[in-house]
Ligand binder design. Structure first.
Ligand code: NAG
Ligand code: NAG
Length: 166
């Protein structure tokens, strides 16, 4: 009987630990762009696999997802994600299939008020003609009314041609 109670306590403890692990979003360590721009809590994942440290492996044909959490530094009505990719000193605008950032909001809708907690997501599709190289990405959410960036992250990706992780 005593043994039985101890076992069930251990099992209960294990379940509680599991629930805590499920509730805390694992994040990716990324760099800040400059001190004036908010660095959001960032989770980068390839399919459903979280990339904890950059450079993140980026596989053509495999969904590459950016999940950001932050308290909005300002009122936002129109905004848009933007990525500048730098490779071998050449900068180019990276195409993102999201013209309206409001479409990426998970927990609220536009307009966003100042200090509102935001959960935002965008998926980029790595084009298959991309060579296997390391590329630096400067990702921003641009306030289209003020024509200014609101949040910004810097990170590297390693483009690899391999199968999508399950
Ligand atoms: C960002 O992460 C930190 C550390 O986990 C947490 O304390 C903070 O509340 C998070 N901020 C937002 C806006 O989610
Ligand atoms: C990234 O973009 C932000 C916003 O446009 C800019 O302030 C910053 O200097 C850029 N950083 C790099 C390394 O390109």
């Amino acid at each position: 009987m005593v043994l039985y109670t101890r076992m069930s306590k251990i099992i209960l403890f294990a379940i509680v630990l599991q629930l805590i692990a499920l509730n805390s979003v694992q994040t990716t360590v990324v760099n800040s762009c400059n001190k004036n721009l908010l660095l959001p809590n960032t989770t980068i994942s390839i399919n459903s696999l979280v990339c904890s440290e950059t450079p993140c492996t980026c596989i053509p044909g495999c969904p590459f997802k950016l999940h950001l959490e932050f308290d909005s530094p300002r009122y936002l009505e129109h905004f848009k994600p933007d990525i500048i990719a730098t490779y071998a000193g050449i900068k180019l605008d990276y195409p993102l299939g999201q013209d309206d950032g409001c479409d990426g909001l998970l927990n609220t809708q536009c307009p966003i008020v100042e200090n509102e907690p935001i959960k935002y997501e965008v998926t980029m599709n790595v084009l298959s003609f991309f060579p296997e190289v390391t590329v630096s990405l400067n990702f921003t959410l641009q306030d289209l009314d003020a024509d200014e960036p609101v949040v910004c992250i810097l990170f590297d990706i390693n483009v690899k041609k391999m199968n999508c992780p399950a």
